[in-house]
Design a protein around this ligand. Structure first.
Ligand SMILES: Cc1cc2nc3c(=O)[nH]c(=O)nc-3n(C[C@H](O)[C@H](O)[C@H](O)COP(=O)(O)O)c2cc1C
Length: 366
């Protein structure tokens, strides 16, 4: 305690949007929307707590983007039509009332969709059964289904879903867009060697496998214009393959981060188990350091394993501009206020996510 926290509490500008500090809430799916995918009052009161607790930026849970194959979980919120978009307004207003900014995370589940009220089948880059098991705390059970290889028409539909959803999010008052390119979902499936076995323009070596994320970003950017922050989240690990590492190591980091920088992304959000640790066995550099190296001008959000002020500062020290907190934010929705006042932090209690990961009554603003 008593360490200088100035770095964490300085404002920062992302593509013209000012955040009051460097502490963000990481995106967390809480399956608390209506069956029809509308955000609820409970969600507004849940997000409000983080804003009231001092976070500069709230990144929403992954929001599905079309009425075809994007939905991943039952009770996941969507932003696929006007009714769903309007339902986000109280969430956005609650964040703004307390001085926070809020970015919408747009997500297409692809091959690891385990609950979709619009479709009974799944699609992925190639017909490869996903590793791992469906998540029971999101109403899933057993192995994932083997997806059909996505067609050109379905790719166009998915891209348009991201773009149209981004436009609806901006109209609903969101301050920015985060494209979910991480954690095993559709965009990450395209980036991943074993999930993407295509030999057309969407597959090939690592740089070629970035075609889909680039296309999604360009479509979103074209739709929302230059004044809206549009970032992307990137990881090695996946919800269905925790320990996955990029086979091409630093060369893959160069291909992915370099491509995003060239495309003009507003920020990159990297997530690892421990954000500050080396990305690959036998090397020194964290994913944060590699993103810094290959996308040097791009603001960087880093997430993973941060539990206290010292670790948050460590993440800034290794090259990120913003630290995103998941479990530590669930345990301490007022993490920024607490560390500023040198108050003790609570430990994370896994029980909050069980048996279903929905928002619990103890997590709501008064
Ligand atoms: C309940 C829960 C739901 C999550 N949902 C999402 C999500 O919707 N989108 C996403 O990008 N990451 C999601 N994550 C991953 C977190 O954003 C974060 O990467 C992870 O919790 C590790 O960070 P931490 O150590 O600070 O908790 C989720 C994590 C948890 C615990």
């Amino acid at each position: 305690m008593g360490t200088d926290t100035k770095g964490l509490f300085t404002a920062i500008d992302i593509n013209g949007v000012t955040l009051r500090n460097r502490l963000a809430v990481a995106p967390m799916t809480r399956v608390s929307a209506t069956e029809e995918g509308a955000a609820t009052e409970i969600m507004a009161r849940y997000y409000e707590r983080f804003a009231h607790g001092g976070f500069g930026l709230l990144i929403t849970e992954g929001i599905y983007t079309d009425q075809a194959f994007s939905q991943g979980y039952l009770h996941q919120p969507g932003i696929t039509d006007e009714a769903q978009a309007q339902a986000w307004r109280p969430v956005v207003d609650a964040a703004h009332q307390h001085g926070a900014r809020i970015f919408a995370q747009l997500m297409h589940a692809g091959a690891i969709s385990q609950g979709n009220r619009f479709r009974n089948t799944t699609i992925g880059p190639s017909a490869v059964q996903p590793k791992g098991q469906q998540m029971e705390f999101y109403y899933g059970k057993g192995a994932y289904r083997t997806p059909a290889a996505i067609t050109e028409e379905q790719i166009a539909e998915a891209v348009e879903g991201f773009a149209a959803s981004a436009a609806r999010a901006v109209a609903a008052g969101f301050d920015g867009i985060e494209i979910h390119g991480a954690n095993g979902y559709l965009i990450d499936q395209f980036l991943t060697d074993y999930a993407n076995q295509r030999s057309d323009r969407w597959g090939g070596d690592t740089r070629q496998r970035t075609a889909f994320v680039r296309t999604v970003f360009e479509a979103v950017r074209a739709k929302v214009g230059s004044s809206v922050p549009v970032g992307v989240r990137i990881s090695q690990g996946k919800v269905n393959d925790f320990t996955h590492k990029w086979a091409g190591r630093e060369q893959d980091a160069k291909a992915i981060f370099g491509t995003l920088a060239e495309a003009g992304i507003s920020y990159i959000h990297v997530t690892e188990h421990k954000a500050w640790e080396p990305a690959f066995d036998g090397s020194q550099d964290s994913l944060v350091a590699l993103a810094r190296r290959y996308a040097p001008q791009v603001p960087l959000i880093a997430n993973g394993g941060v539990q206290d002020r010292a670790q948050a500062q460590e993440v800034l020290a290794v090259g990120a501009q913003i630290v995103a907190l998941g479990k530590a934010a669930l345990a301490n929705p007022d993490f920024p206020n607490r560390i500023q006042a040198a108050q003790e932090l609570a430990g994370f209690d896994q029980a909050i996510l069980g048996p279903i990961a929905n928002i619990k009554p103890t997590e709501l603003a008064a």
